[in-house]
Design a protein around this ligand. Structure first.
Ligand SMILES: [Zn+2]
Length: 253
């Protein structure tokens, strides 16, 4: 007997899934030119991650200026959705129920057309008030939120540390920083997607960062079929029904 080719097996997996949950990580966005934060040449080789914590952001105007510079660099790259993002959006356009939980902050799934996207590490596309002196790594803002270009405009107009126009609090990118509490709203939304899924597809995540690393384990515990598409082996490959080592664009596109 001849084993079917790996992509045929993935095709079978996808054909059977009616309520697919797709879990994506940095690997899907590297093909759009967004470097993995931890890779050589990645952001953390040029910005000191020890400075980029929530507490340091609250304490230091210098760290805030560095964060805005990093954010501007991120957008200057002009990343666009790639074949991987588009393939996931297309699965939904075919009429299947597809939810996406992503570790990425780039908004490329939504730009590709995915309708249900939970960004568990937040988004770089918007900013929000975190209050004057938030404690315990928990934003305590007034609710002010704006497109990230709002902050860039203020900075260009000569204010290096733009404050909330409503309450005077600190304004921060709507991402989850190191040392910052996870956003309960998105964690609840992720749990809801998990609860109604009948299959899980992991794309471009090394599955080493929690809470995402725990999600495929939960899925398998609940009897859901699991497929993993990633360039490198992951610590959870042994749990998966289908494993394809390759780029998201090549495998799904
Ligand atoms: Zn405010």
């Amino acid at each position: 007997m001849v084993d079917p080719p790996a992509d045929a097996t993935l095709a079978d997996f996808l054909r059977r899934a009616e309520r697919l949950l797709v879990l994506t990580g940095a690997g899907i966005s590297t093909e759009s030119g967004i470097p993995d934060f931890r890779s050589p040449g990645g952001v953390w080789t040029r910005y000191d991650p020890r400075q980029m914590t929530f507490d340091r952001y609250v304490e230091s105007a210098e760290v805030r200026a560095m964060s805005w510079a990093m954010r501007r660099e991120f957008f200057a790259a002009g990343a666009r959705p790639n074949r991987g993002h588009l393939a996931i959006a297309a699965m939904e356009a075919e009429g299947r129920s597809v939810g996406v939980i992503t570790q990425n902050i780039d908004g490329l799934h939504q730009e590709a057309g995915s309708q249900t996207v939970v960004e568990i590490h937040g988004t770089a596309r918007t900013v929000g008030c975190i209050g004057r002196r938030p404690r315990w790594g928990t934003p305590d803002g007034c609710g002010f939120s704006a497109d990230t270009t709002w902050a860039f405009q203020r900075i260009d107009e000569g204010d290096p540390d733009p404050a909330c126009p409503t309450c005077g609090g600190l304004v921060k990118s709507a991402t989850i920083s190191f040392g910052q509490a996870m956003d309960t709203t998105s964690m609840d939304a992720a749990a809801e997607l998990m609860a109604r899924a009948d299959a899980m597809l992991v794309v471009g995540s090394s599955l080493q960062v929690h809470p995402v690393a725990g999600m495929p384990v939960d899925a398998v515990d609940r009897g859901l079929p699991l497929a993993i598409v990633n360039r490198e082996p992951t610590p959870l490959d042994h749990l998966a029904d289908v494993v394809v080592h390759g780029s998201a664009g090549d495998v799904l596109g």
